[in-house]
Design a protein around this ligand. Structure first.
Ligand code: GLA
Length: 410
C-alpha cells in the first residue's frame, strides 16, 4: 500500500493529467505488452444537505469533487479480464465466459458487480460474443471510507469505462442505474440513490438537487470563484459503520411503518408531517421517534437551503448545514467527538458559512462551505484545535467541482 502525502490547502496540487501520467507508468509496469491504454476519471462526491434522506425519499444536495477514481484500460486480443488496483494488492483475473458469480470481499467486488451488469446490457444489445478481454488498473486520489463515496466513484466510473470499451452507447442514467444495481445486488450494500446520481450527473460549479422520492433533479449554481467547499477528515474509520448505517435504515423504516397508519397519504418517511409525529410519539420507541424527528426536520432544512440558494444567499445554505449537524449529533446519533470538534471550530472561523458531518457519519469527514481566501486560516484553526486533543492532525482539503466520468487524453 502506498502512502499518499496530502498537500496543504493553498499548496499547488498536481494536475489530473500529472496524476494520470503516474497511473500510466504504473499500468506499464504491471501489464507488459503493446498498445497505449485509455485513461478515465470518475469523481467522488460530497453532500451538503439532506443527511440520511435519500433512503427516506427526501431531497439531497450533493456535488461532485475533483478527486476520484483513475482507470487505465486496454483491450486484449483474447477474452481474459485482468483487474488490478494501486490501492489494494488483491488482483482478479477471469475469462469473459466464466465471470465470477460470487463476491470475494475485496475491492474488486465493485467493478466486478458492474461488469456483470454491463454484460447484461451488452446481451440485450447484440450479444457479448464480440467483446474483448481487458487489462484494467484502478487507482485514485479519494480517501476510502471517508464519506466521499469512493464506492459510487468506482462503480459509475467502471460502468462508463466498460460502456466505452464495449461500444454500448448507454445513456448516462443507464450507467447510474447499473452502478446502483451492482452495489445493492452483487456487493450487497443497502445504499441510497444519492451517490451514483451525484457522480453520474455531475456538473462543475453546480450542486445537484435530487428529489429521491420521484428521482427528479435539477442543478443549482454555486459560484466557485467566490465559494469553496472544503473537507476536514478525522481519519476515524469505523469497521462497524456499515452495520450502523444499515441499522439507521431499519430504524427509519420502523418509524415510517408506525406513522403511516396515522397519515395514509405518506409514501415514505419524508412525507410524514411533524404534527403526526408529535401526536403519536408515545407509540414509538424513543430512539425511533428521534430518528423520525431528524428526518422530518432535515427535509424542511434542505428545502430552506434550496430557497436560500435560489435567492442568492449561500449564507442561508450554510446556516442550515450547521443546524443539520446538531440534529445528526443529537437525534440521529451518527457523530463522534472528532467530528463535533471540527464543526465547533470551523463555525467560528472567518469566512465559514456552514459546516456539518458528511456521508453516513460514525467518523469520516466534515464538509465546510466557506468564502474563497479563508481556506488557510480555516485549516490552521482546525489543526490547532484538533491536534492537542486527538494527537494527530486532521487532513484538510479544498475541492473544486467536477464534470463527471470522462475519458482523459494524455
Ligand atoms: C451514505 C450512503 C448515502 C447516504 C448517506 C447519508 O453515504 O451511501 O446513500 O444515505 O450515507 O446521507
Amino acid at each position: 500500500m502506498r502512502t499518499r502525502v496530502m498537500p496543504s490547502p493553498g499548496a499547488p496540487r498536481p494536475s489530473l493529467e500529472a496524476e494520470l501520467a503516474l497511473h500510466r507508468a504504473e499500468f506499464a509496469r504491471r501489464f507488459a505488452g503493446d498498445g497505449e491504454p485509455s485513461f478515465f476519471f470518475s469523481p467522488g462526491r460530497v453532500n451538503l444537505m439532506g443527511a440520511h434522506l435519500d433512503y427516506n425519499g427526501g431531497p439531497v444536495m450533493p456535488t461532485a469533487i475533483d478527486r476520484g477514481t483513475f482507470v487505465a484500460v486496454r483491450a486484449r486480443s483474447d477474452r481474459r479480464v485482468r483487474m488490478q488496483s494501486t490501492l489494494d494488492g488483491r488482483a482478479l483475473e477471469f475469462e469473459l465466459d466464466r465471470v465470477p458469480a460470487s463476491k470475494s470481499g475485496a475491492w474488486s467486488d465493485y467493478p466486478l458487480g458492474v461488469l456483470r451488469e454491463m454484460l447484461e446490457l451488452a446481451e440485450l444489445r447484440g450479444g457479448t460474443a464480440r467483446l474483448a478481454g481487458l487489462e484494467i488498473l484502478f487507482g485514485g486520489n479519494l480517501p476510502v471510507g471517508a464519506g466521499l463515496s469512493s464506492s459510487a466513484s468506482i462503480c459509475v466510473g467502471a460502468a462508463f469505462v466498460l460502456d466505452r470499451m464495449g461500444e454500448l452507447r448507454s445513456e448516462r442514467l443507464e450507467l447510474v442505474h447499473a452502478a446502483l444495481r451492482a452495489e445493492r445486488g452483487f456487493v450487497g450494500v443497502q445504499c441510497g440513490i444519492m451517490d451514483p446520481f451525484a457522480v453520474g450527473l455531475a456538473r462543475p460549479g453546480q450542486l445537484l438537487w435530487l428529489d429521491c422520492r420521484d428521482t427528479t433533479w435539477s442543478w443549482m449554481p454555486l459560484d466557485p470563484r467566490v465559494y469553496a467547499i472544503a473537507i476536514a477528515d478525522t481519519l476515524v474509520r469505523r469497521e462497524l459503520a456499515q452495520g450502523a448505517f444499515n441499522q439507521r435504515v431499519l430504524e427509519c423504516r420502523a418509524a415510517f411503518e408506525a406513522l403511516r397508519v396515522h397519515q395514509p397519504d405518506a409514501r415514505c418517511l419524508r412525507d410524514v408531517r411533524m404534527e403526526v409525529l408529535d401526536a403519536h410519539r408515545a407509540e414509538l420507541e424513543p430512539v425511533i421517534a428521534r430518528r423520525a424527528e431528524h428526518v422530518i426536520h432535515e427535509v424542511a432544512r434542505t428545502f430552506a437551503a434550496r430557497a436560500a440558494l435560489q435567492r442568492h444567499d449561500p449564507q442561508g445554505l450554510g446556516i442550515q448545514m450547521t443546524r443539520a449537524h446538531g440534529s445528526l449529533r443529537e437525534l440521529f446519533d451518527v457523530s463522534v467527538p472528532e467530528l463535533d470538534l471540527l464543526v465547533e471550530t470551523a463555525v467560528d472561523a472567518p469566512g465559514v458559512l456552514g459546516t456539518r458531518l458528511t456521508g453516513a457519519g460514525f467518523g469520516g469527514c466534515t464538509v465546510i462551505l466557506l468564502r474563497r481566501g479563508a481556506e488557510t486560516e480555516l485549516a490552521e484553526r482546525l489543526v490547532r484545535a484538533f491536534e492537542p486533543r486527538f494527537g494527530r492532525k486532521p487532513r484538510v482539503e479544498v475541492f473544486a467541482g467536477d464534470a463527471g466520468p470522462r475519458e482523459i487524453a494524455l
